[in-house]
Design a protein around this ligand. Structure first.
Ligand code: AKG
Length: 276
């Protein structure tokens, strides 16, 4: 972005409406609304960040063993762990339910929202991967909305640096329906550097892409797409997660309350006061 190195003016005139922020969460929310992206500290300590990193590797090894590296590679899925939250490790539940994140989402998405997907994303050194191309997280869609319908919270398991392929974004591209020209991209794309333990929040209609990892290590992340409950989940989470140890609020976020009824009978039953 072209930013002046000097302090911007603090005075204004003709302004009758203005945003107000009182916390780092609200500052992130303001920036997502205006530019389509922001970083947000999850508030984890060093031990927790390390625990997530180790759990990522454990679950990844198990996932590749279960589905087979050759098959995953043939499907362009080798660098993705699908439906992490259903893979039996508590830390991924905590990542999806993080208090700072949920507080930001409550301000960004008007009304109820559900987790659509939570995937482990591996940006391998020196080769491309399936997120290294411009896209929206509601792909194949060219509408714009006045308020976010879906937000991606990309948790940085490792530091995101220019060298290891930190995510590229096209600021404010959630405000225009069409994808811009390459000239526009070359002039306006920026890379978001962020420390491990932070989420990169993206309005899902903002164009973004993983960058090329020129470092010697993999760069790992966990993406979370949350959306209004009218969009179907990438993989059905309630059918793959035990409800017993979840609170009502957690069940709502994982989509337990928004499954489509199987029949008119089931729909009418869902309308009974005791089931609402
Ligand atoms: O890996 C990245 O930097 C980008 C991830 C991404 O594009 C996504 O989660 O949709």
């Amino acid at each position: 972005m072209n930013r002046s190195l000097r302090q911007p003016p603090v005075t204004s005139y003709g302004v009758t409406q203005r945003d107000a922020t009182a916390s780092a969460i609200e500052e992130a929310v303001e920036q997502v609304r205006r530019l389509g992206f922001a970083t947000l500290d999850a508030g984890f300590g060093a031990d927790e960040i390390d625990e997530i990193s180790k759990a990522f590797n454990t679950v990844h090894a198990r996932y590749v063993h279960e589905w087979g590296a050759e098959r995953l590679k043939a499907l362009d899925e080798l660098h993705t762990i699908r439906a992490l939250v259903t893979q039996g490790h508590q830390v991924f539940r905590r990542l999806a339910l993080n208090r700072n994140l949920i507080a930001a989402l409550q301000q960004l998405i008007v009304g109820k929202f559900v987790l659509n997907q939570q995937n482990g994303i591996i940006n391998p050194p020196g080769e491309t991967y399936n997120q290294a191309a411009w896209h929206r997280d509601l792909p194949y869609q060219h509408f714009i909305s006045s308020t976010p319908l879906a937000i991606n919270a990309l948790y940085c398991v490792d530091d995101f640096t220019q060298e290891n392929g930190a995510t590229f974004v096209l600021p404010a591209s959630h405000k225009t329906s069409a994808f811009p020209t390459q000239t526009y991209i070359d002039r306006n794309a920026i890379q978001i550097e962020a420390r491990a333990g932070h989420y990169i929040l993206l309005d899902c209609m903002m164009f973004h892409s993983g960058g090329r990892n020129e470092s010697a290590q993999t760069r790992r992340a966990v993406n979370h797409v949350y959306n209004i409950p009218y969009f179907k989940q990438q993989i059905n989470i309630p059918r793959n997660l035990k409800a017993e140890d979840l609170s009502e609020e957690e069940k709502a976020i994982f989509g337990f309350c928004y499954q489509e009824p199987d029949s008119v009978d089931a729909y009418l039953a869902s309308r009974e006061p005791k089931n609402r």
